[in-house]
Design a protein around this ligand. Structure first.
Ligand SMILES: [Fe+2]
Length: 171
């Protein structure tokens, strides 16, 4: 194949398992920018929740740190994919800096401390799996953030502000 078809039309392609997909398939989702609020995360950050997958302990969001700041030391128990949308971000533990378009891949067992030095902070799209364990500056365990934490973070804010829960976020 040199290139995909270019006809500007919906094409009904053959599907051997249409019945099974009809019975067991799950609809895709769409969340527009206005469909999910910025939920405060500490004094200098906010999270726009995009997806919650309770079967796989997977969640997606945009993390916005609004000015130079830190997200404390944390350990991953799953795999994280992130893309820097605006500003810049780095980890104290590594020697790279991610700017817009920078792709970040994190794996189970990694422990690191997220920093933005950019005057406008950073916006980071993330697709995250598994628990994230946060620690204080003396390495004492603080809290586990998993899909249930993220759902609670979103729904608590919606309840407090009279915002309807958007079912499109629950994949
Ligand atoms: Fe991380």
């Amino acid at each position: 194949m040199t290139a995909p078809g270019s006809a500007y039309k919906i094409v009904n392609v053959p599907e051997l398992y249409a019945d099974e997909i009809q019975r067991y398939g799950v609809e895709g989702k769409f969340v527009s920018d206005e469909d999910s609020p910025w939920v405060p995360f500490g004094d200098n950050a906010a999270i726009k929740h995009l997806a919650f997958d309770v079967r796989n302990n997977t969640f997606s969001n945009i993390l916005w740190i609004k000015s130079p700041g830190v997200i404390g030391t944390h350990k991953h128990r799953g795999t994280v994919v992130m893309l820097c949308l605006e500003g810049s971000v780095r980890y104290l533990e590594y020697d790279w800096v991610a700017g817009p378009g920078g792709f970040i891949y994190e794996t189970p067992g990694q422990t690191h401390t997220l920093v933005t030095d950019h005057p406008d902070g950073v916006k980071l799209f993330g697709w995250l799996n598994g628990a994230i364990e946060f620690y204080d500056e003396d390495a004492n365990f603080l809290e586990t953030c998993d899909v249930w934490w993220y759902i609670n973070h979103y729904e608590s804010y919606c309840r407090e502000h009279g915002i309807p829960i958007n079912k499109e976020l629950y994949i």
